[in-house]
Design a protein around this ligand. Structure first.
Ligand SMILES: [Ca+2]
Ligand SMILES: [Ca+2]
Ligand SMILES: [Ca+2]
Ligand SMILES: [Ca+2]
Length: 276
């Protein structure tokens, strides 16, 4: 007599769904309790593509939207114009994606930079896709980055951090927004804010994704926009041993039922360095 339990059917169904998800590329985290870090030190602003050189950005992991030259997709290839404004060691004016050196000439520290304009990143977003490549249900997610601001223009910009599990519904981080000052003060060079938080009350089954999105838009003021950059992005997945894999749709359902992300957030303004 063939007896198939509900659990077994659910488990097989979830394996099938996971198999589908594994076709999606992104930052695949295979090791628990390990920091996956992007320091952008070899990035030189020469494009966003699926199989990047060390000087490019991986479009499987990173997506840029809101450029006048187009809207990016995960896995796409974007090698000219706004997508590839190059490496800059001083202030720029043309809108688009840059590698900004926020270190010194002697000790460079490259980062992933944005020059917003009326038609670029206004609004716009950077989205990072992260996939649970482990065999465990991830229930602890640590995340952090450095936000760099060069307040050299007369307008203020707003940067919001958001999360989503399906790339459709996003929630704002309870941390709130970052604002650049309206009145310029180039003497400050790059202002650096170190941010990290733990995303709690969220479970990722094997194969599930989580999306981190930085959303950019104008604040107040007139004229041109400040320069923004992101550095030292890290993600760390943890799993409590007591958690048993559940069917894939349960995590999605929890999210849709508006169980809020709860997290410990903190950010610290650590330094101001001169423009190099
Ligand atoms: Ca760096
Ligand atoms: Ca543009
Ligand atoms: Ca500028
Ligand atoms: Ca400003």
């Amino acid at each position: 007599m063939l007896r198939v339990s509900f659990f077994r059917v659910s488990f097989l169904l979830s394996l099938f769904i996971l198999g589908c998800n594994h076709a999606i590329a992104g930052l695949v985290i295979n090791d628990l309790d390990r920091n996956y870090l992007f320091d952008f030190n070899t990035f030189r602003g020469v494009g966003v593509t699926q199989d990047p050189s060390s000087t490019q950005i991986d479009s499987d992991v990173w997506r840029f939207t809101g450029l006048s030259d187009g809207t990016g997709e995960f896995g796409g290839s974007y090698l000219t114009g706004d997508w590839a404004r190059g490496a800059a060691v001083s202030a720029v004016s043309t809108g688009g994606i840059y590698a900004f050196n926020h270190g010194s000439m002697e000790e460079p520290d490259w980062s992933l930079g944005f020059q917003p304009t009326a038609n670029d990143f206004n609004p716009g977003a950077l989205t990072m896709r992260v996939i649970n490549g482990t065999q465990s249900v991830v229930d602890r997610i640590s995340f952090g980055f450095d936000l760099l601001i060069r307040n050299n223009a007369t307008r203020s910009s707003v940067i919001s951090l958001q999360y989503g599990l399906d790339d459709l519904v996003y929630r704002e981080s309870d941390h709130g927004d970052w604002f650049t000052d309206e009145a310029p003060n180039e003497n400050l060079g790059w202002e650096e804010y170190v941010h990290q938080e733990s995303v709690l009350a969220t479970m990722l089954s094997p194969g599930d994704s989580i999306y981190f999105r930085w959303f950019f838009r104008d604040g107040v003021g007139q004229g041109s926009r400040d320069e923004l950059s992101i550095d030292n992005v890290f993600v760390n997945f943890g799993a409590s041993s007591a958690v048993v894999p559940e069917p894939h749709f349960c995590c999605w359902l929890l999210f849709m039922l508006a169980i809020p992300f709860r997290y410990r957030a903190g950010y610290l303004k650590v330094s101001k360095s001169s423009t190099s």
